[in-house]
Design a protein around this ligand. Structure first.
Ligand SMILES: Cc1cc2nc3c(=O)[nH]c(=O)nc-3n(C[C@H](O)[C@H](O)[C@H](O)COP(=O)(O)OP(=O)(O)OC[C@H]3O[C@@H](n4cnc5c(N)ncnc54)[C@H](O)[C@@H]3O)c2cc1C
Length: 411
């Protein structure tokens, strides 16, 4: 029976070890944490948006980096296969808005529990609190895996599933990039995606914690629109975050000069309708301060700040607002601009972009094109996708394919 060592017990490592064991290998999973799937536990705010119930073309359209590389993995183990696998292990799933799939209990821990029980049934040996330090090579192949506590695990094949650099407290500290580079692989510089954005303007900080629903956020560079969508966003101590901003971060160019966000705070109204509304509200509330009518259009904290954002005195009464000032108000409500300074750092990103170059990995097996008994799966690879369950599915699919191929190729 071939001996396969899987390094990293996140989503990809759990799938890889399960499929390698089911394909007839003797499998040991080495995980440096005290438990498996620490990142799965916090995924989807603890609810775990584990996949997206869409077909392959729709899935690949949501993959930002190297979608074609994933064709074989998704064919081998699709979102629907993942849903069926969990159901078979007593973890029913539910499909929600945008075809996002969650465990019916909405508890991420149920996903890990189901996978762990399948792994146990398949005979996977799990070694927790075991940090891998290096790969031992001999004759151009990996001969063993060396651990920080002095252990040596001889291997017929090794599957690297160590994740990226994001949320290092979950164990993703980039160790696999070093192992891959030592084995001769190209590792593309890691960068943050699905991450909050720091703004040059200070005012978002004063609105920290305020969430805006049903606004349109547009990412622009000069006159070019890089991303635009209706949804929800959040003001923070550094600038902006929330679902729309995380998605926008996937579309940031490397050079951020001239990149800004434009917020349409009233996407349901045309400029003409909005102007008519302002005109009506201003004339009906002549003695009141401008903020009071803005409070009918915006959340109170933003309404208080809004005259300042338009360069108008905070004490202005509605009857004093000139036609030109009303035009400025309407313009800012439809297009409030923020300058992007930078994405937040990698440890805060939902996903790490970059990593092991997919050019050096066979997409039909996840096998290294450089070291014949080395395999890769999950976020360690240079693939990433938008929000919606796609990133976890990438880990399940590449993990399942890597595990199965490693076992079959070693038999
Ligand atoms: C807050 C948050 C929420 C998210 N929510 C979602 C979501 O709802 N849906 C979705 O699709 N995606 C989500 N993601 C992204 C998704 O969780 C990841 O893309 C996915 O978990 C990556 O899986 P992985 O197995 O490749 O890596 P990881 O989950 O990072 O697992 C890597 C494992 O390797 C171990 N390891 C690392 N180095 C060593 C070593 N030297 N020795 C031994 N073990 C080692 C680590 O401890 C870790 O357990 C979220 C991410 C974050 C941060």
């Amino acid at each position: 029976m071939p001996e396969i060592i899987v390094i990293g017990g996140g989503a990809a490592g759990m799938a890889a070890s399960l499929f390698a064991a089911r394909a007839g290998a003797s499998v040991t999973l080495l995980e440096k944490n005290e438990k498996l799937g620490k990142k799965v536990y916090i995924s989807g705010k603890g609810r775990c948006n584990l996949t997206n119930d869409c077909d392959r073309d729709a899935f690949l359209a949501q993959v930002a980096r190297n979608p074609r590389f994933l064709y074989g993995a998704l064919h081998f183990f699709s979102p629907q296969d993942m849903m069926a696998l969990l159901e078979s292990a007593g973890c029913p799933v539910t499909v929600q808005r945008g075809r996002r799939v969650f465990p019916a209990s909405e508890k991420a821990s149920d996903v890990t529990r189901a996978l762990t029980s399948l792994m146990r049934e398949a005979g996977v040996r799990v070694r927790l609190n075991t940090a891998v330090q290096a790969l031992e090579t001999s004759g151009g192949r990996i001969s063993a895996v060396l651990t920080a506590d002095g252990g040596r695990f001889p291997a017929d094949a090794v599957i690297l599933c160590t994740g990226g650099f994001s949320y290092p407290s979950t164990g993703s500290t980039g160790d696999g990039y070093r192992f891959a580079a030592d084995a001769g692989h190209t590792v593309l510089p890691p960068s943050p995606v699905l991450v909050g954005l720091e703004t040059v303007e200070d005012w978002p900080r004063s609105l920290q914690g305020l969430s805006l629903r049903n606004v349109t956020l547009t990412l622009v560079r000069g006159k070019k629109t890089l991303y635009t969508e209706l949804g929800e966003m959040l003001f923070t101590h550094f600038g902006v975050s929330g679902p729309l901003v995380l998605e926008a971060s996937c579309h940031l160019p490397e050079d951020l000069s001239g990149v800004s966000l434009s917020l349409d705070l009233k996407p349901g109204l045309t400029p003409g309708q909005l102007d008519a509304r302002l005109q009506r509200d201003l004339s009906a509330n002549g003695k009141k301060q401008l903020q009071s009518i803005l409070g009918g259009l915006l959340p109170a904290r933003l309404a208080d700040l809004f005259p300042f954002l338009c360069g108008l005195p905070g004490t202005l009464r509605c009857s004093q607002v000139t036609g030109e000032q009303r035009r400025i108000l309407g313009e800012k409500l439809k297009s409030l601009s923020l300058t992007v300074r930078s994405p937040r750092p990698l440890p805060e990103a939902i996903v790490t972009r970059g990593g092991v170059s997919v050019r050096e990995v066979d997409p039909g097996s996840m096998r290294s094109r450089i070291v014949p008994n080395l395999y890769f799966a999950g976020e360690l690879l240079d693939v990433d996708a938008h929000t919606g369950g796609y990133n976890l599915q990438i880990a399940w699919s590449t993990g399942a394919l890597a595990g199965s191929s490693a076992a079959k190729n070693s038999l």
